[in-house]
Ligand binder design. Structure first.
Ligand SMILES: [Fe+2]
Ligand SMILES: [Fe+2]
Length: 409
């Protein structure tokens, strides 16, 4: 503020063609709308130049020669209308821990980062639009931090050379064949588990940046899982095992689910939750240390994916009273769609039995079969417990868990 209430800026000999516009814009940012900034300087063209480049948002470029060729006046003007980041018109609800989910999204499809000032009018809009239901869990930031800290490099975290320790001879070949069949099954399931978060990441407003980051790193986890399963499967075999029609049909229903909450239920809460059991089963029955390390690392990643799915749906179920019924309907719908498929292919089931049996003798096979039956019992119990967390009563959780695809994922 200068003498007599005027706003003044002295540029010395700095001309607008040499950067003085930066100082003018900064000074104008402090001038109230409707008032003027008197700019003094010795650059001879000062009074005839306009500020170079696009006009700053909060000033006009109107120039009036006030005193001489070396003195000019700019008026501060009303800012251009902006979109988004308006004060919340929706009362913040009381209840569980606060998150950004309750703040209104910009109404036009613009996508300023959360916390940024309003987007200027004229900003391009997203052509895809953003789903109305928020994707949020208060645990997202912590899970993202945990995911970052837990990243592992397949080249160094896995003792690839230890794969050659598998028992030699017919028994070793038998176990290797069984393992390759199971790994083939894992790879196709991991592919679906990558596609789902990748698709929903592209539909997540940057307002929910922690969720966006978490979905991105989840997709990266799955990419790494595909890599290590494929690399282990092809260490000693040139071809993968069988991919069944029933398995593909099951995964298709997963990938095709358009609703984020329902996809989280089917993929994370039910599918990946069951996969955690499967991976620890394979960790226990791995024929070598390389495979054991792979199963341990992937199981740890999967547990994080499950945790986000559960956290998101627990919150969402509190906000949306009808969600529990929608989730039940989704499980029943998927069960009906897969009613005429075979579920888990026989080759995978047999391979799991052989891996747990470590041989083909009747007593060993009986032991392996009992282990696989116990695995499916643990999967069922885990699904039932997670469904209880989402708000299902014991009877309904029991029934819905029983309808989950026999393909595990
Ligand atoms: Fe995975
Ligand atoms: Fe996963």
């Amino acid at each position: 503020m200068g003498e007599g209430g005027a706003w003044n800026l002295d540029l010395g000999d700095l001309g607008l063609d040499r950067g003085a516009a930066v100082l003018v814009r900064r000074a104008l940012a402090r001038v109230p709308v409707g008032e003027s900034l008197a700019v003094a300087g010795t650059a001879p063209e000062l009074a005839i130049h306009r500020p170079p480049g696009p006009a700053p948002r909060d000033m006009s470029s109107g120039l009036r020669n006030r005193v001489s060729a070396a003195r000019a006046v700019w008026s501060a003007a009303r800012p251009r209308p902006a979109v988004g980041a308006a004060p919340s018109s929706r009362a913040r609800p009381t209840g569980p821990a606060p998150g950004p989910w309750w703040r209104p999204l910009p109404p036009t499809g613009a996508w300023p980062p959360r916390g940024a000032p309003p987007v200027e009018a004229g900003a391009p809009h997203s052509s895809s639009g953003w789903p109305a239901r928020p994707k949020w869990a208060d645990e997202a930031a912590a899970l993202y931090t945990q995911a970052l800290a837990s990243q592992w490099d397949p080249a160094t975290a896995i003792p690839w050379e230890a794969a050659s320790n598998t028992a030699a001879g017919p028994e070793g070949e038998l176990l290797e064949d069984a393992l390759v069949q199971v790994l083939t099954f894992l790879i196709e399931n991991e592919t679906a588990a990558l596609l789902v978060p990748a698709r929903f990441a592209s539909q997540t407003h940057p307002h929910f940046r922690e969720v966006l980051q978490l979905l991105a790193i989840q997709a990266a986890d799955e990419a790494r899982h595909i890599e290590v399963f494929t690399r282990r499967a092809t260490l000693r075999r040139s071809h993968l095992g069988l991919s069944s029609a029933g398995g593909q049909a099951s995964l298709k229903t997963l990938v095709d689910e358009p609703d984020f909450a329902l996809a989280s239920l089917l993929l994370s809460v039910l599918g990946e939750g069951s996969f955690v059991n499967l991976l620890w089963f394979l960790h226990e029955h791995a024929p070598d240390e390389c495979t054991r390390a792979i199963m341990r690392l992937t199981a740890q990643d999967e547990a994080r994916h499950v945790a986000f799915g559960v956290a998101h749906l627990v919150r969402q179920a509190r906000q949306e009273p009808g969600l529990v019924d929608r989730m039940a309907a989704a499980i029943e719908r998927r069960h009906d769609a897969l009613r005429n498929t075979s579920g888990l292919n026989a080759e995978v089931f047999d391979a799991l039995v052989v891996l747990a049996a470590c041989g083909l003798g009747p007593a060993a096979i009986a032991r392996g079969h009992a282990a696989v039956v116990e695995l499916t019992r643990q999967m069922h119990a885990g699904r039932r417990n997670r469904l209880r967390l989402l708000g299902f009563d014991a009877q309904r959780a029991e029934a819905l868990s029983g309808l989950h695809t026999r393909n595990f994922m």
